[in-house]
Write a protein that binds this ligand. Structure first.
Ligand code: NDP
Length: 326
């Protein structure tokens, strides 16, 4: 038996509880890990609260990220005592995840802890930070450079947004953040944003095309926000779209794409191929200011995770949340 959060769904309804879990709940995998830290991402909060259809197999342990020590391995790439990091691959959705003392995962999903990071730093990055890096890499792949103009980051006080602002700043970009929380403007500026705009500016239905403002954008919000971002892109600007914090819809038109040659790059961290995964972690080691990681993350215990999940969905949480499993 081991301690963790277990999500169950039966005649009594959908519920998440902190409890003693039987090892039989862990599914197939060739590496068993003693989990040290997990995190709370938006998707984990949806899973824990049941407010989004994230969990597709029950019972489920949530937690798409984890860092821990290998306890048992039938995979030649890992041995007992190795420190490993996991993000994505449907863990916490269809395979038991990191918000528990023990996890059993496939070795091919794991990456060795990058030498540049401590276990807590790796989790301060986690899926949100990894996704921010994939967004930056997509902007670069489509030709965005600091000389081309300002980069917009929506949901800038959240997990993906905070890391995106920090990364882009270190890479020499001028970053403009968008936030619905005026009280977080100083925080977003401390990560490197030159300016913070009110979320309301992007929340109304978008015109097909509007004044050109951004050379690149990273959007975590979707819906009208993404539509407004697209219509205000500069000629040949690039938008990396990764989130739906404001809605799954995309009420836009083709105008930005056919009149301004705007590129909309979709970002998925879950099934991201291993080669790109390793490249993103290498880039994070090089391009993320480690001192910013401390500013943008805070630690909670497993007992607080369910309450904080609710707060995260209400947009009350700043940056990244690390969950100490010990
Ligand atoms: P957070 O909750 O940490 O951040 C989301 C931020 O979005 C909030 O802090 C808030 O920022 C803003 N926001 C929230 N609600 C609204 C709203 N109704 N309208 C406008 N802005 C809003 O979540 P994460 O950073 O972990 O994730 C952000 C999004 O990215 C989520 O939708 C998540 O599912 C998605 N995601 C996708 C991944 C992928 O692989 N594609 C991987 C990781 C995340 P502020 O207060 O500054 O306005």
């Amino acid at each position: 038996m081991f301690k963790g959060i277990l999500i169950e769904k039966d005649d009594a309804g959908y519920r998440a509880e902190l409890k003693e879990i039987d090892e039989a709940v862990l599914y197939d995998g060739d590496v068993t890990i003693r989990v040290a830290y997990s995190t709370l991402n938006y998707k984990d909060a949806l899973a824990i609260t049941g407010k989004g259809p994230v969990v597709r197999r029950f019972p489920m342990i949530p937690g798409i990220d984890l860092v821990g020590t290998v306890e048992h391995s039938d995979n030649a790439a890992y041995k007992v005592g190795d420190t490993v990091v996991h993000t994505g691959w449907g863990v916490g959705e269809v395979h038991p995840g990191g918000l528990a003392e023990k996890a059993r995962l496939k070795g091919e999903w794991l990456v060795p802890l990058p030498s540049a990071f401590s276990p807590t730093q790796a989790m301060a990055i986690g899926t949100a930070g990894f996704t921010a890096m994939l967004c930056v890499m997509a902007l670069e792949r489509h030709g965005v450079t600091p000389e081309k103009g300002d980069i917009l980051v929506t949901g800038a006080a959240g997990g993906v947004g905070s890391v995106a602002v920090s990364l882009l700043t270190k890479l020499g970009y001028t970053v403009v953040g968008v936030s619905g929380r005026p009280e977080e403007a100083d925080y977003i500026k401390s990560l490197g944003a030159s300016e913070v705009l009110d979320r309301a500016e992007f929340s109304s239905p978008a015109k097909p095309i509007a004044k050109e403002r951004w050379a690149g954008a990273i959007d975590v919000v979707g819906s009208h926000t993404l539509a407004n971002v697209c219509s205000t892109m500069k000629y040949r600007g690039v938008v990396a779209a990764c989130g739906l914090a404001g809605g799954m819809d995309f009420p836009s038109s083709v105008a930005p794409f056919i009149l301004r040659g705007v590129t909309l790059a979709g970002i998925d961290s879950v099934m991201c191929p291993r080669v790109e995964r390793l490249e993103a972690w290498q880039r994070l080691a090089r391009d993320l200011d480690a001192t910013k990681l401390e500013m943008l993350s805070h630690e909670i215990g497993l007992t607080e995770a369910m309450q904080v999940a609710g707060e995260l969905l209400e947009g009350k949480v700043r940056g990244r949340v690390l969950v100490d499993i010990s």
